[in-house]
Design a protein around this ligand. Structure first.
Ligand code: PMP
Length: 341
């Protein structure tokens, strides 16, 4: 049975967190002289709400969770780092990853002196069963599953996620940065069944707000309390809270863009598959395609020469470039350029 007290790092369990001025008083007042702010109005002279109350209300409504099940981070990258700091004893606990996957899990592990243990995906990049990895899992720690996965585009079924998460002795983070482009439902629906689950989402992808730095974690109130205890007091600035709220309240354009990007993804897949230099286009439920080329570096360099930047992932997946889906015009230009080579 999962025990959160056992999962938390000892020094974090014992930590008495910093209490900011806004922690100590957050009601109504007419004169604020408690936070050493400049009293002259600039619209930004006050510290932001440390717990992003209004933004969380909107997120809770949209995702059908309680406000105390939400943590907002400075991008999901901040939350990945906080998970290591909260739940991994350096040099003792392990980070379990399914490569090829998003690079920041390994970086977070290294920064926090946590040993990385690589788990094998199946041939088609799908998750294995627990019985296939059980013997590799030697001690507790943090398990990351990215779904849809970057860079493969594979979405994992909720059954597979549930099976692994319910057996794993530690915190399980399911990173759903690309979930809005996927037909697979979110693992948020598993929260009621899995006490050690943390689901990560972000406004950086489908919502078109990568510059804002707003990531979200959905998990149990006890885990949220731990993250709140160790986060910088004012981690989400006032503008990000305001713009994030606006974005969630006006989703029509975002929903249209998601449909267009998904449509373009399938159009581009069909077009790329018939190019002579393309070996394989991997199935994708994200806003990118992982494409295997005959001569990867020649195609990569030729695209660069035409001012088109894609991501060379050949070191992660043999011969592969990862191509983000652009606007219809951008995708056409990409295709014409590849055809001309
Ligand atoms: N998770 C995955 C799988 C990603 O690909 C990325 C960005 N490349 C992130 C998280 C980072 O998201 P954010 O901008 O919210 O920090």
């Amino acid at each position: 049975m999962f025990d959160i007290d056992q999962a938390i790092r000892k020094n974090i369990r014992e930590l008495k967190s910093y209490s900011s001025a806004r922690d100590e008083f957050c009601g109504d007042a007419s004169i604020w002289l408690d936070a050493n702010e400049n009293p002259y109005e600039t619209d930004m002279n006050r510290y932001p709400d440390p717990y992003q109350t209004e933004l969380k209300k909107a997120v809770a409504k949209l995702k059908k969770v309680e406000e105390n099940q939400i943590f907002i981070g400075h991008g999901s990258d901040e939350i990945i780092d906080l998970l290591f700091r909260a739940f991994c004893e350096p040099q003792v606990d392990k980070a379990y990853l399914f490569p090829p996957t998003y690079g920041m899990y390994a970086i977070g592990a290294q920064i926090n002196q946590v040993e990385i243990v690589e788990l094998p995906l199946l041939q088609d990049f799908d998750l294995p069963e627990w019985s296939q990895i059980q013997s590799i899992i030697r001690s507790k720690g943090l398990l990351f599953m990215c779904s849809p996965n970057n860079p493969t585009g594979t979405a994992y079924s909720l059954n597979s996620i549930q099976e692994l998460a319910s057996q794993f002795p530690g915190i399980v983070a399911v990173d759903e940065a690309y979930i809005d482009f996927s037909e697979t439902p979110s693992a948020i629906s598993l929260l009621s069944k899995i006490p050690n689950l943390v689901v990560l989402q972000t406004l950086s992808k489908a919502y078109g707000l990568a510059g804002l730095r707003v990531g979200m974690a959905f998990t149990h109130p006890e885990i949220i309390k731990v993250l709140n205890k160790i986060k910088p007091p004012y981690n989400i600035n006032t503008l990000s809270q305001q713009m994030g709220l606006k974005a969630l309240e006006n989703r029509e354009i975002v929903l249209q863009q998601i449909q267009e990007i998904k449509h373009q993804r399938e159009w581009l897949r069909n077009e790329l598959e018939i190019l002579p230099q393309v070996v394989k286009v991997h199935p994708s439920e994200a806003n990118f395609l992982l494409v295997q080329f005959e001569d990867t570096s020649t195609n990569f360099k030729a695209l660069l020469d035409h001012g088109i930047v894609v991501r060379n992932r050949a070191r992660q997946v043999e011969g592969c470039l990862r191509i983000t889906i652009g606007t219809p015009d951008q995708n056409k230009t990409l295709l014409q350029t590849l055809k001309s080579l």
